[in-house]
Design a protein around this ligand. Structure first.
Ligand SMILES: N[C@@H](CCC(=O)N[C@@H](CS)C(=O)NCC(=O)O)C(=O)O
Length: 214
């Protein structure tokens, strides 16, 4: 069995801690019981220092022996292929999981991320708001009718959707009880808690090695 390595930054500022997307891959490995290690690329100089592994200078990326995979969604799909806990093996369950994985990224995050960015940039009532409200309301309807997105049980699609939805500003942007209960249900899982705690510990340890600012 080849060695799984999740790559992230050696350090990030306080703000994104607990939300850096290596968490998606850590969480998936924890859910699936896949052994993995975490290695780093420097945060300083990130725009150019690892373009061979991640062409946009971002994290995470994943290595699995000789294979190199960038984009958290692609990494997640790679891990899901290794474990039935992340994606059912029957064609219907697999297709449902894949379609909701794409929906998390390409129908929800595609709207929530720019909205969030404009919001933290001080553009409170930004042009994304109506679009985001309608997407989140549509998802609320889905989540009020089912516990899990695909295959009537937890899959990597729930992992990804909950990770997209759990951003505090996005969560508090409207009153959506089914979505709120869903995020709570999914992020109450021990694998999420461990992945998040490990990421926080990783960046806290990095503070000790980093020269003090100023
Ligand atoms: N679509 C990419 C997005 C990756 C991404 O936004 N990564 C953030 C950390 S969570 C990052 O590297 N930000 C630093 C930058 O963009 O310079 C994925 O899902 O892997």
């Amino acid at each position: 069995m080849s060695e799984l390595i999740i790559w992230t930054y050696d350090w990030v500022p306080e703000g994104p801690r607990g939300f850096v997307r290596d968490l998606r891959l850590r969480w998936a490995c924890e859910e699936a019981g896949l052994a993995y290690s975490v290695r780093t690329v420097p945060f300083d100089g990130r725009a150019t220092n690892h373009l061979e592994q991640q062409p946009f200078g971002q994290v995470p990326f994943l290595t699995d022996g000789e294979l190199e995979i960038f984009e958290s969604g692609a990494g997640l799909l790679h891990l899901a292929r290794k474990s039935e806990r992340l994606m059912p093996r029957d064609p219907a369950g697999e297709v449902e999981t894949v379609q909701w994985l794409f929906a998390a990224l390409n129908s929800i995050e595609i709207v929530t991320l720019p909205w969030w960015f404009l919001n933290i940039s001080g553009v409170g009532q930004n042009g994304m708001a109506g679009w985001m409200t309608s997407r989140l309301d549509q998802l609320e309807k889905v989540l009020s009718e089912r516990e899990w997105l695909a295959a009537q049980r937890f899959t990597s699609a729930d992992l990804l959707m909950a990770d997209v939805l759990r951003i505090p500003r996005v969560r508090s942007s409207g009153n959506r009880p089914a979505s709120e209960a869903y995020v709570t249900r999914v992020t109450d899982r021990p694998a999420f808690r461990k992945a998040r705690a490990d990421q926080l510990a990783h960046f806290a340890a990095a503070d000790k090695k980093r020269p003090a600012a100023g």
